[in-house]
Ligand binder design. Sequence first.
Ligand SMILES: Nc1ncnc2c1ncn2[C@@H]1O[C@H](COP(=O)(O)OP(=O)(O)OP(=O)(O)O)[C@@H](O)[C@H]1O
Ligand SMILES: [Mg+2]
Length: 221
Amino acid sequence: MSLEVKHLYKSFPSGKNILNGAKFKVEKGSFTFIQGESGAGKTTLFRMLAGLIKPSAGQVWVGGQRLRFDSEYSLMKHRQRLGLVFQDFKLLNHRSVLENISLPLLNVSEKSKLQDRVHKMIDELNLKDAAEQKVSTLSGGQMQRVALARALIHDPDYILADEPTGNLDAKHSEIVIELLHEASQRGKTVMVVSHDNEMIHMFGGEILTLKEGQVENQVYY
Ligand SMILES: Nc1ncnc2c1ncn2[C@@H]1O[C@H](COP(=O)(O)OP(=O)(O)OP(=O)(O)O)[C@@H](O)[C@H]1O
Ligand SMILES: [Mg+2]
């Protein structure tokens, strides 16, 4: 399932073009890093790939089909196949770690299997001791790992992770990137905003750099 943007433009009423004719394509099973200065438009790009905001012009193509920003139904279908790790987490602060991670599974029938998945994910991300705690009582790094767990728990086809290691120490960064990389090896299309070049070199992958509203270069490792 590829992700592609064609001639993508985005401006906000307040100002200049944040995206200015950006184009790129990433293939199914790819592991791609996005870089660019603060304010370059990385989060804005992710929000458009997720169908959360509409481009000013241009197109987003998902698995060879044009994403229809005018259809709530197709946007909803698209979001069900996405795992999103928001830069600011967007967790339910008054709910527990377990509840937050289980949230994307509410509509799924085989509850017992899914509960196993939740517990496995909690183990993998070293969140066992915090499982019953409210999110509001967690450290920043714990919150970040809950956000990743929630994004991966329904095994989505596309994963967009916006600085998922920003609050983590080296050990937990490696766990997080490894989980994302492993998802790409299972055929998921994974894009990660990260400036952690050491980590990028460790796992390999393509780097897209956003500059002046365009995807300037693609470097392969
Ligand atoms: N809803 C909005 N209304 C107006 N301006 C916005 C809006 N969202 C983003 N912007 C502007 O778009 C630009 C790009 O923001 P964006 O959050 O995409 O940057 P970023 O590359 O993710 O930066 P960072 O590395 O700091 O997270 C910024 O100048 C920001 O102020
Ligand atoms: Mg951002």
